[in-house]
Ligand binder design. Structure first.
Ligand code: F6P
Ligand code: MG
Length: 484
């Protein structure tokens, strides 16, 4: 029998003027740069008030920070001009001294990726001609580059104001989710067998909450704290989640559930077999900060309680993978989790306080670990992980389950290519399969695969979905793949 060779489609790029890639490069990215400049200008004298890495500067340092802000702005202005005039990218430079979170160990990998994508005329990649994923990631690496060229702002997050405002606008929703989680945990605690009476339904609820928390992200030009607030789910969580059910275009919830049950059985066996001390790992490859990471941590808490409420065995660990530099505006940094926990612990709501303290304890006891590998802020897609980041790949290979959150992770899983929507998810992964994985993503880019349900395909084919269904964030995917 002849083996059919897989034809891998081209990457998405702004070359196609009707694409969302074109709209992003032409309109959205300049808006992101301008908003960043505006923030640095408005707060040039009090950038330290947003916390983070510049603590209590004295008067002389405040003056130096203002000079830094101006320098930062001039690099961003230059970057905007380069983008708007379609200039070729520049190789990334080592700028010392390093930022404490981001050593310059990514420079060679960045430059290899830029060189590998040279255009036919021999020039380095250009904004409107090269792969969208590469150029969009490059934007954030250049923003980091501008920060590194300053004295006090090397580790500064220029998106911090937007992130904090969006998170504060979602507090009441966070409170409602926290309340529900605590009730679920209480019910597990009270049940003689440590099993929630509606475990499967609660599992589904937290998975869907995590899915829809990805609806809003701050890299969508014009998205502000107000928009985020208006996207809040109503106070009856279950009704709100049920009403979104038909917007899930691929729903592998059952496969995900059965995998979860298998993990539960393995954990039970390991507990019974006292000789096995190897913990079970569940990995979260996080996306946005604020409400989204809050709900993602609620999902981890719910999974953890359903698996092993007491945590007495020490056989269950969660690894939370975050970005190490400001990324796609709203992506989670470690400092964002610290800020969130501080907000929760000091909040008036006793539910948020309680949860915040438990989560802080999970981190202290290393039941939860935060990892910030450099691979997550490279432009490479995940089929390249084994070659580019073999250590990260083998860490993930020890996982029982990897949860990938959000749009950008999905683009990197599928290589951000022009796949047909019926292409199986497994095929679009192109060999990336370190462990069982699930993608929870609302569609905000024109790459969607794995639409297994023929009636959904028919709805799309008959134009029954809005024209912008791939990019509006209104439609979601729960896609599961188990290499075994
Ligand atoms: O701008 C590209 C893009 O992938 C959008 O399509 C999306 O809005 C955003 O970046 C990132 O989304 P997410 O935070 O869900 O990864
Ligand atoms: Mg994001």
């Amino acid at each position: 029998m002849s083996q059919q060779k897989l034809i891998i489609p081209d990457p998405l790029s702004a070359l196609d003027k009707s694409s969302f890639a074109y709209k992003t490069i032409k309109d959205r990215l300049p808006v992101i740069i301008v908003k960043t400049i505006d923030f640095l200008h408005r707060h040039r004298q009090d950038l330290h008030k947003f916390g983070g890495t510049i603590n209590k500067p004295n008067e002389a340092e405040i003056a130096e920070i203002e000079t830094d802000a101006k320098e930062f702005i001039s690099h961003l202005t230059k970057l905007r001009k380069e983008l708007e005039t379609n200039k070729p990218a520049q190789l990334v430079e080592v700028i010392g001294p390093d930022c404490q979170f981001c050593p310059s160990d990514d420079v060679d990998l960045w430059n290899q990726a830029l060189e590998a994508n040279k255009l036919q005329d021999g020039s380095l990649p250009r904004w409107f001609e090269s792969p969208w994923l590469l150029m969009e990631c490059y934007l954030y690496r250049r923003i980091k580059d501008a920060a590194l060229r300053t004295r006090h702002l090397k580790c500064y997050d220029p998106f911090v104001e937007q992130k904090h405002a969006a998170c504060l606008a979602s507090i009441s929703q966070m409170n409602a989710v926290a309340r529900h989680l605590l009730l679920v945990e209480e019910a597990i605690h009270q049940s003689p067998k440590g099993v929630h009476p509606s475990e499967r339904s609660e599992f589904g609820l937290f998975v869907q909450l995590a899915l829809w928390a990805n609806k809003a992200d701050l890299s969508i030009g014009g998205m502000s704290a107000d928009n985020i607030q208006s996207q809040n789910l109503s106070s009856d969580i279950r009704d709100a989640i049920d009403s979104l059910r038909e917007n899930i275009l691929c729903d592998n919830m059952s496969e995900f559930w059965f995998k979860f049950q298998a993990i539960k059985n393995t954990l039970r066996q390991r507990k019974a077999d006292a000789t096995s001390l190897e913990p079970i790992y569940i990995d979260l490859v996080a996306d946005n900060s604020g409400y989204e990471i809050f709900v993602d941590l609620c999902l981890l808490s719910a999974l953890s309680s359903m698996l092993d409420l007491s945590h007495e065995s020490n056989l269950l660990k969660f690894r939370i993978h975050v970005k190490r530099m400001p990324w796609f505006v709203s992506d989670t940094l470690k400092v964002d989790i610290d800020w969130l926990l501080n907000l929760m612990i000091n909040h008036d709501s006793t539910d948020l306080q309680r949860l915040g303290k438990v989560w802080e304890g999970n981190l202290e006891k290393e039941i939860w670990e935060i990892h910030a590998d450099k691979f997550w802020t490279l432009p490479h897609d995940y089929s390249q992980m084994q070659e580019v980041a073999p250590e990260l790949h083998s860490t993930l290979a020890k996982s029982s389950l990897i949860i990938f959150k959000g749009d950008l992770n999905y683009r990197k899983l599928t290589g951000d290519r022009k796949w047909h929507i019926l292409t199986p998810f497994r095929v679009a992964l192109r060999g990336f399969a370190p462990a069982p994985l699930v993608a929870l993503r609302t569609a905000k880019a024109d790459v969607v695969v794995g639409l297994e349900d023929i009636s959904i395909f028919a709805r799309i084919n008959n134009n029954e979905l809005p024209r912008d269904w791939m990019i509006s964030g209104d439609y979601g995917l729960i896609q599961f793949f188990d290499p075994l």
